[in-house]
Design a protein around this ligand. Structure first.
Ligand code: FNR
Length: 365
């Protein structure tokens, strides 16, 4: 189908399923074990209803906001997904271009197909913000070098992935042998090629990572530190106490611990706990996982998120249509959010309030 025939984010997924090779589809689409968390991530949004306010002048809608201090055209960013060459020959560079054209922030993965220099070099605006996602390497001198290098390249935020002490069991992926080139930044490292894409490059991750390490990261970088993969209110409070600039409530798109809760379901208790402890202004809260509609963004903002991340949809869009596909995908999210705000009587992001959503069914299912 032509790009004009993509009416929602799910359309890109159908196209990708048809055109991707089995190993790429298996890697992108898979979740851990029975994929319960993966499906629940989006399904949980179905239990939140909206409370639209009418008779508000909604002729002009302003969706702009700031994330870690940088302006974006609406509160959504492209999250890190490894090895994007499996989706498109230009890989992560494709996302840099689309993000720049749409005024959206891109998070660059540690395990990118292209080097961070290439992906930063693909920006279309000199001041286009990009973030860096860090898998903490067992060899801390390598981790340190990666962070320092990212900072020297003008990266605006360091997202440390904390939900991957060991790799989740993604069986669709495990059935494949890994035949592709590895991540650019890990050249020379031994790859395990027997058990799928994810297994091949996850051996570098440091299982000893713990709260005391935050002080070390703060000693080696001035970048704001955001923990990606917080899954309880207790850890959200700890992240704030340890001086992190933000958290991403995430279960890694349901790819790590099956039966981890969907991020939108625990967002309210995270916000309550931060308020209770007087920490609500000390860090920014993001969520990712299953964001597929503009109304999903609206609900997350209403419940206290500063913004939301997307993973798989960008892969599916670039697999089918390259950077133009990703631009269209981002435009669909933005247009859907705009319509939702209009019909909800919210003119600005700050107008989106908790009382605009009804969460009575969220826990009760
Ligand atoms: C990911 N994700 C991920 N996260 C991370 O911190 N480092 C990584 O290298 C990757 N790689 C990766 C590969 C693929 C194929 C997927 C689908 C996901 C997780 C990603 O950043 C994000 O948390 C989820 O993808 C969000 O869920 P949705 O939008 O895919 O439902």
């Amino acid at each position: 189908p032509r790009l004009e025939e993509m009416y929602n984010t799910f359309d890109f997924e159908s196209v990708a399923k048809n055109i991707l090779k089995a190993d790429a589809w298996g890697y992108f689409n898979s979740g851990a074990n029975d994929e319960i968390s993966m499906r629940e991530n989006h399904n949980a949004f179905h239990r939140i209803w909206l409370r639209p306010r009418v008779m508000v002048d909604v002729a002009n809608i302003d969706m702009t906001t700031k994330m870690l201090g940088d302006k974006t055209s609406f509160p959504l960013y492209i999250s890190a997904t490894a090895l994007n060459k499996m989706a498109h020959p230009d890989g992560e560079k494709t996302l840099a271009v689309a993000a720049g054209n749409q005024g959206v922030i891109q998070m660059i993965p540690t395990l990118a197909s292209y080097s961070i220099d290439d992906i930063v070099g693909a920006r279309i605006h000199p001041d286009q913000p990009q973030w860096f996602q860090l898998y903490v390497h067992k060899d801390r001198s390598i981790a340190k070098r990666m962070v320092e290098h990212a900072e020297s390249k003008g990266i605006k935020g360091l997202f440390i992935t904390v939900d991957t002490a060991t790799l989740g069991r993604r069986e669709k992926d495990m059935r494949q042998k890994y035949v592709h080139e590895g991540p650019a930044e890990l050249q020379g490292e031994e790859l395990n090629r027997e058990g799928g894409v994810a297994t091949a490059s996850s051996g570098i991750i440091d299982m000893t990572l713990n709260w005391k390490d935050i002080a070390w990261f703060k000693s080696i970088t001035k970048l704001p530190i955001v923990l990606k993969g917080i899954q309880t209110w207790e850890d959200a409070v700890l992240a704030a106490r340890y001086g992190c600039a933000g958290i991403v409530i995430s279960n890694h798109g349901g790819r790590q611990l099956d039966f981890a809760p969907s991020p939108i379901e625990i967002l309210p208790e995270v916000m309550d706990a931060l308020k209770r402890e007087g920490l609500e202004n000390s860090l920014e809260v993001y969520i990712d996982g299953g964001i597929r509609r503009g109304s999903d963004i609206f609900k997350a903002i209403a419940l206290g998120a500063k913004g939301v991340g997307i993973g798989r949809p960008t892969l599916y869009a670039m697999a089918g249509y390259g950077f133009k596909g990703v631009e269209k995908l981002l435009q669909l999210y933005q247009d859907e959010l705009e319509m939702c705000m209009r019909l909800m009587g919210a003119r600005t992001i700050a107008d989106i309030k908790p009382e605009m959503v009804d969460t009575r069914n969220l826990k009760d299912h």
